[in-house]
Design a protein around this ligand. Structure first.
Ligand code: GA4
Length: 328
């Protein structure tokens, strides 16, 4: 067949299968946060899909466009220059390799921690990187604020008395949050085949909440309850939000951690920027009594976020990591 041809171009492609995109899902819940009743819509979307998009978010387009521009400038550098960011382990620049156990995809990325100090990776401290650094700092601040606003509405929608129960975990100075810039360059080999390849393989995010923004190139696909996949129409003006494993645990399974993946194409590059909101490393996570009905059994055993993370780093991308924490 055609696949062995790929091995002459790239060993990564040799291991990949030519894919067809899933049918588009037109009715992704779109939520206007400033509209009354949005908290109920949020809760429903988190229960059904673990996914929704936020349309009126108050984050200026200039701030978003600035980071997109800086990201594209970075990805246009030579491989040697990009590797000055350090090889992703987990932080730094990565190309095709995801995680440490052989997962590959048609993607390059920059993964950065968000600390209370301004983003502090060494290469970003170089004077020539100052506009990149300030774009990252401003963006991180704005999306974290958005994540906090959404988390507060979720608690409200769940009728929790402690409105900040979720929010405070990512608002904490010590919260373990990060920013990821992904670039899916067009893969020319795919053109004549009219096909797609895995850019980022299917997985769930381990954190509490993820906030994604992409350019207008399609590629994101999400998994529905019945196991089928649908593609998400890109929307460069909105933010897509998904529930992570930790929020599934905190809500005792009421909110669903979203399984998702990204396909790369032969024509248009896709750029996405994702904020992952995690709790402080030493935070203990378990279903919150406030979200459980009377007599409801806890589905997960308590764990420390740092233990979940180190467990996750030993898994393959597509593994179901929460299975390890299910109550016997
Ligand atoms: C998925 C969500 C985030 O992108 C990420 C990823 C991380 C990585 O790229 O290093 C992981 C993946 C993610 C989950 C399982 C492990 C760790 C790759 C991988 C195979 C930064 C994260 O926190 O978990």
């Amino acid at each position: 067949g055609l696949l062995p041809l790929f091995s002459t171009v790239s060993p990564v492609l040799a291991a990949m299968v030519v894919l067809t995109p899933s049918p588009a899902m037109k009715q992704i819940p779109a939520i206007n946060l400033s509209e009354p009743g949005s908290e109920a819509l949020l809760v429903r979307a988190c229960e059904d899909l673990g996914f929704f998009k936020v349309t009126e978010h108050d984050i200026p387009m200039e701030l978003i466009a600035k980071l997109e521009e800086e990201a594209l400038k970075f990805f246009a550098l030579s491989p040697e220059e990009k590797e000055l960011a350090g090889r992703a382990n987990p932080f730094g620049y990565g190309s095709k390799n995801i995680g440490g156990h052989g997962d590959v995809g048609w993607v390059e990325y920059l993964l950065m921690p968000i600390t209370s100090e301004p983003l502090s990776m060494a290469f970003l401290m170089h004077p020539s990187a100052s506009s990149f650094r300030s774009a990252l700092d401003e963006y991180a601040l704005a999306v974290r604020k958005l994540a906090c606003r959404v988390l507060e509405l979720m608690a409200q929608g769940l009728g929790m008395e402690q409105r900040d129960a979720f929010r405070k975990l990512v608002a904490d100075e010590e919260s373990d949050s990060m920013l990821r810039l992904n670039h899916y360059p067009p893969c020319p080999m795919l053109r004549e085949l009219n096909g797609f390849v895995t850019g980022f393989g299917e997985h769930t995010d381990p954190q509490i909440i993820s906030v994604l923004r992409s350019n207008d190139t399609a590629g994101l696909e999400i998994s529905l309850r019945d196991g089928s996949w649908v593609s998400v129409l890109p929307d460069r003006e909105s933010f897509f939000i998904n529930v992570g494993d930790s929020l599934q645990v905190l809500t005792n399974g009421r909110f669903r951690s979203l399984r998702h993946r990204v396909l790369a194409n032969g024509w248009k590059s896709r750029v996405s920027m994702i904020y992952f909101g995690g709790p402080p490393l030493g935070e203990r996570l378990a279903p919150l009594p406030e979200v459980m009905a009377e007599g409801e059994q806890s589905k997960y055993r308590e764990f420390m976020w740092c233990d979940y993370k180190s467990c996750a780093s030993k898994t393959l991308l597509g593994d179901n990591r929460l299975d390890l924490f299910h109550q016997a």
